[in-house]
Design a protein. Structure first.
Length: 144
């Protein structure tokens, strides 16, 4: 990507966003933040995960782990709650539908399965709903 006559890689552009987030968090918390766990869509491949990790490093973080978004949600929900059961966590994002199945044992979480679909997402269901409403409306107009 070319910005102000200079060529930047996608990890460099992503690093600008992460640097801004880092500055805001540090100002809010009043302390330096050096480590990060970054979440990514479940369907990301190794190259995409490595690019995100590179962006985190360029932003000044020691990237401790890259986790799937549904797994991150499960961690936030189940952390320190002492659950002992399986959970299904889904993330119906704007561009993807991601799912993870986790086994919770006290404060230990094991990811049993995870996956994503780039063609089944909130934008897809919004389009389908809009089309259905439009057809229904057109049918009512014809019958009156």
């Amino acid at each position: 990507m070319v910005l102000a006559g200079k060529v930047y890689s996608l990890p460099q552009i992503s690093a600008f966003v992460l640097q801004h987030c880092k500055r805001v968090a540090e100002a809010t918390l009043g302390q330096e933040i050096t480590e990060a766990i970054i979440s990514v869509p479940a369907y990301y491949n190794d190259n995409q995960r490595n690019a995100v990790k590179e962006a985190g490093i360029l932003a000044g973080f020691q990237v401790k782990r890259i986790v799937n978004e549904p797994t991150a949600a499960a961690l936030a929900y189940g952390l320190n709650r002492g659950f002992d059961h399986k959970v299904l966590v889904y993330d119906l994002g704007g561009g993807t539908f991601d799912v993870s199945v986790l086994q919770l044992h006290g404060n230990v979480m094991e990811v049993l399965a995870t996956g994503g679909d780039t063609f089944l997402a909130a934008s897809t269901s919004t389009t389908a709903s809009s089309t259905s409403c439009w057809r229904s409306s057109a049918t009512r107009r014809r019958s009156t």
